[in-house]
Design a protein around this ligand. Structure first.
Ligand SMILES: [Zn+2]
Ligand SMILES: [Zn+2]
Length: 264
């Protein structure tokens, strides 16, 4: 079968996605309550006990809120690098089935090849991932997905890792003007969000997409949008030129939304 992918939800207040291959079902992050994760999975025809593994990008709550209860109930493998596992463990109710990887390494989980790469973000050892699966035949073509959220800027090694995937999820966190004018956040938080270890703005995400020559993407999801500091108008303004000129499709996942389970 072809690899399948769905964003369960993505925004500054919760992130999780589902990857399905012939031999495994895995989550990327689990930043919703266990109850909500179970509902989201069931909406996509997947039972939570079928989840074999969770790949954790970093320890922030919007990526890990459901891990403790989900693991206690369903006991999937938890893939994280040592610093992320160390930061997470004190917040968990029990010791999950940790599988540690080294940042920058490529490893195998069943029929899924997973690549991790370091990201500039204010966590202990944050990573992005690419997931590749398939046998290169008609029934199971080789397909790949990249998950790239929570980064202040995109270093060169990141651009190289994401260029050749079929489906790219990239953060378009905030509109700079909406962030500057936001009255809920103190100046120091605004500095953190827009800094080199914060989050990509719409403009920065747009620049990143434009800067990669001959990308192989057929689809790009704009993700991890801020509820307060981004809007559909702001995203539209930032990406309308690219949407018209690019050979790939660009979809925006607004805060509170997700995407259905689709073939990659
Ligand atoms: Zn986040
Ligand atoms: Zn984060």
């Amino acid at each position: 079968m072809t690899m399948q992918f769905s964003i369960l939800g993505t925004s500054s207040s919760g992130n999780s996605a589902l990857v399905v291959t012939e031999n495994c079902k895995a989550l990327i992050d689990a930043g919703f309550s266990c109850k909500r994760l179970c509902e989201m999975l069931e909406e996509r025809g997947v039972r939570p006990e079928e989840i074999d593994a969770i790949f954790v990008t970093h320890e922030h709550g919007d990526h890990t809120a459901g891990i403790s209860t989900f693991c206690k109930r369903f006991n999937p493998h938890i893939y994280a690098n040592p610093l992320t596992a160390k930061a997470l463990q004190p917040k968990l109710k029990h010791r999950p089935n940790w599988k540690l990887f080294t940042t920058g390494s490529t490893f195998q989980f069943r029929d899924l090849t997973v690549e991790s790469f370091s990201l500039p973000h204010d966590a202990h050892d944050p990573v992005g991932f690419t997931f590749t699966s398939g046998r290169d035949d008609l029934f199971s073509p080789i397909r790949s997905v990249a998950w790239l959220t929570d980064l202040g800027f995109a270093p060169r090694h990141v651009m190289e890792r994401i260029r050749a995937v079929d489906l790219l999820v990239v953060e378009a966190n905030h509109d700079l003007e909406l962030l500057q004018n936001d009255t809920k956040r103190p100046w120091s938080v605004k500095q953190r969000i827009s800094g080199r270890h914060g989050h990509l703005s719409n403009q920065a995400a747009n620049d990143l997409l434009n800067s990669i020559s001959k990308p192989q993407w057929s689809q790009v999801f704009l993700a991890h949008l801020s509820r307060d500091c981004n809007s559909s108008d702001a995203v539209h303004n930032a990406f309308s030129d690219l949407k018209e000129s690019s050979p790939y499709r660009i979809d925006t996942i607004m805060a509170g939304g997700g995407s259905s389970l689709q073939n990659v």
